[in-house]
Design a protein around this ligand. Structure first.
Ligand code: F3S
Length: 64
């Protein structure tokens, strides 16, 4: 599984960071989230899916 934040869609709501802080973060001064790594470890896949569902802008993109 791979994840990314679509920068055209992200409005900085931060729910992805709250749900899955091991996968998403805001850099200092940034108003959009980024992923630490595109490749999600198998044990974090359910968390990545929860983060995607939590984003009101549907900006967390999952590919398998
Ligand atoms: Fe952006 Fe959605 Fe996270 S708007 S900060 S990707 S919850």
């Amino acid at each position: 599984m791979k994840i990314k934040v679509d920068r055209d869609l992200c409005q900085g709501h931060g729910r992805c960071v709250i749900v899955a802080p091991e996968l998403f973060a805001f850099a200092d001064g940034e108003d959009q989230a980024h992923v630490f790594t595109e490749n999600v470890p198998a044990e974090s896949e359910a968390l990545a899916e929860r983060a995607a569902r939590a984003c009101p802008e549907r900006a967390v993109i999952i590919t398998k």
